[in-house]
Design a protein around this ligand. Sequence first.
Ligand SMILES: [Zn+2]
Length: 414
Amino acid sequence: MHLLTLDLLRCPYCGGRLSLVDSLFHRQDGDEIQEGILGCHCCIFPIVDGIPVLHLQPGATAAREHVQAGRPDLARRAMFGLDSEGGAEAFEAAAASPASTYRQIVEALGPGFEGGYFLYRFSDPTFLVADAVVRAVARTVVGGGRAIDVCGGSGHLTRTLLDISSAPPVLADLYFAKVWLARRFTAQGCEPVCCDGNAPLPFAKGAFRLAMCVDAFMFIWTKRQLVGELTRLVDGKDNEGTVLVGHTHNERVWSPSHGQPLSPEAYADLFETIEPRVFSEGVLFEDIVAGGPLDLSRHDSTEVLDRDPALTIIATRHRGVFARHALEWPAAARGEFRLNPLYATEADGNQVRLRLRFPGDDYEQEYGACRRYLPEETTIGRHDLEALPAAVVTGTLAELARRRVILDLPKHYY
Ligand SMILES: [Zn+2]
């Protein structure tokens, strides 16, 4: 972790500043701390593989003891939850090779780690809406400030923030493995922090212009506290801090991985200091399928909100947010343009036939709405396909990128 990141961090329990305990084991390269112990008024926390671990769950306590004993290798195993020697060695071999892909490391972590659908995340309908909302809101409010992605998992939307702010976005999640993967693959350049969304957040008041929590809020038990915390994090001098809760399920409509959702009005009631606006995700999705603009000036009716399985909530006093936002199509890849892994290829002379193929019935049930923008079948010139992976796409390939048949994926993703 960067030394300057210490300015943003606070102990989740006493609220005190954190500093490196010089008398205990630590390793520092220039202004980056690799391993060490952070101390506040009440507690000490480990930094493992450059990531501060600011909670007290059993893995974190074990990791802190290992760092104090000068064994950062064992601390890392503890944070990844690698109990068996064989599993730990398989992971460490995969992690040590620069050629390893995201997929290979996920596989080395075992079947219990992450559902198989991460591979398709960048073209699923939920992601499309979240990405467009995050882009529109962050572009409007972040300016020269910072954004934080709370419960951001392996950083698929933190990556969107990287396109927008010059200050590195912070990615916070309880799962060490996820933020570790994000820093290496999905959101290179972010500042990862391992912390608990059900506890006070370990960051200073007003440290951010935008605090967001997407596709995770319905799994949080302490919802009132988290909204209070997100609001505190953006409570700065300009009074225009913005809280975004994206893709949270609706208590009134069943959906897969339902969580413990609230009704639209109960979500709105969580916000005590900034009045929020609640959006139907289905209506935002229609804006995207139509090619934009994303209309955040709308007021969705109670009937529309009540029947949508997923909601997006934005709380801000910034006047520019509740407006119409053009969709963006970055011309250059942040990673590299590649064929969407949902397409199977079949050579046909100088053409290649592409066919949409879902990885399973569960995927189709949850994300089948991608058929609204992904063509069932299309063709691409063999030479065009052979030009991938590419940093920039033009002509036919650019058109396919608009339709998400070609995606800007992180390097070494699969
Ligand atoms: Zn403390």
